[in-house]
Ligand binder design. Structure first.
Ligand code: TYM
Length: 355
């Protein structure tokens, strides 16, 4: 029995500053997965333009996210790093998926509702069909695992629904062309062309919250810069933001169950645990019973120790545009080989004549 080769894919949008949520929820995991998997990491510039972007800033941000990937320790020689728009097959497969996914599925996407707000009529069509492009990013490489933060969970469920419907709609044709791979869906063994990709959403930092409000996600778009730690913040800014971080007046509990109903405390302990590669319980074994006035400086020191080398390396790499553009160009060439083969199969499966 053949089965899908394990492949990791993930993407980050080049829109504004990267923050601690992006780092702990995604990029740090990208780095770790390189040890065990073939990885493809993409700067998703076509996702960015679902909302208008200043063209020059978009180009700068695309290079900046690339610099962050490299500075954090992603190895672009052993793995693949590129920007999405350079590999035309992402958009091509997304069109096929526009015809597979149902309006009802996309209507349920909470992120579209949040981003479009009250003015849905005025949102771009791209913002609505965004999850189909995301499914195409993943499935054009037939990726099996996708490390992301918790906010992307619903989009990954949709990706599985699309893969499943495609496999089902074209099952006979996939079998005739002998393009199927055997896989288990629940207790049923089926033959499909696309894998049902697994999200990797694990550990203490799947949803880092705003430092100003423990019920809101840390985000690039929050108007308050004090709400987030940017990857480019210096030592003083990091210390200040943790010092000013909102907390409650109680001491830290001695185990993680005691964090229930204390979102700000839970968030800061989760950040510490993720930075230290430990668990909330481990952190509370050390800090349980202590006040935030003691915990916050320790947290700031740990964050600086983790982030300062990345920020320094990012600054260094960012100065070398030729190097960054070379990485993106080489990565795109490698990506195109895989994506081209998939699109060739998809055209055959769907019945689109090709050369
Ligand atoms: P984006 O660019 O908004 O975020 C990049 C990654 O950072 C994670 N993240 C967080 N994790 C924890 N806490 C937070 N506060 C936080 N904020 C952001 C996100 O979950 C994400 O993993 N749609 C995606 C980009 C994308 C993609 C893909 C991802 C496009 N195609 C295919 C995976 C596979 C996005 O907008 O991420």
């Amino acid at each position: 029995m053949t089965s899908f080769k394990p492949i990791v894919f993930s993407g980050v949008q080049p829109t504004g500053n990267l923050h601690l949520g992006n780092y702990l929820g995604a990029i740090k995991k990208f780095v770790a997965l390189q040890q065990s998997h073939d990885c493809i990491y993409c700067v998703v510039d076509m996702h960015a333009i679902t909302v208008w972007q200043d063209p020059v800033e978009l180009m700068n941000s695309t290079r900046e996210v690339t610099a962050a990937f490299l500075a954090a320790g992603i190895d672009a020689e052993k793995h693949i790093v590129f920007n999405q728009s350079r590999v035309a097959q992402h958009a091509e497969l997304a069109w096929v998926f526009n015809c597979v996914a149902r309006m009802g599925w996309l209507n349920r996407m909470t992120q579209f509702k949040e981003k479009a707000g009250k003015d849905r009529e005025n949102a771009s069509v791209g913002l609505f069909s965004y999850p189909n492009l995301m499914a195409s990013d993943i499935l054009v490489y037939r990726a099996t695992h996708v490390p992301v933060g918790d906010d992307q969970k619903q989009h990954l469920e949709l990706c599985r629904d699309i893969a499943q419907k495609f496999n089902n709609d074209y099952s006979e044709r996939i079998a005739d062309l002998k393009l199927g791979v055997e896989m288990m869906v629940g207790r049923e063994k089926i033959n499909g062309y696309f894998p049902l990709t697994e999200p990797l959403i694990e550990g203490p930092a799947t949803r880092i919250m705003s430092l100003r409000d423990g019920t809101k996600k840390m985000s690039k778009s929050d108007p308050s810069d004090l709400s987030r730690i940017n990857l480019t913040d210096d030592t003083d800014a990091i210390a200040k933001k943790f010092r000013k971080a909102r907390t409650d007046p109680d001491a830290l509990p001695s185990e993680s169950a005691g964090l229930a109903g204390r979102p700000e405390a839970d968030n800061l302990v989760g950040i510490y645990a993720a930075l230290a590669d430990s668990s909330k319980d481990d952190v509370l074994r050390e800090f349980g019973g202590r006040q935030f006035s003691e915990f916050k400086p320790a947290l700031a020191d740990l964050a600086v120790a983790n982030l300062a080398p990345v920020a320094g390396e990012m600054r260094r790499i960012s100065r070398d545009l030729t190097y960054i553009d070379g990485v993106l160009g080489d990565g795109a060439a490698k990506a195109r080989t895989i994506a081209g083969e998939t699109m060739g199969h998809v055209r055959d499966i769907v019945g689109l004549l090709q050369d």
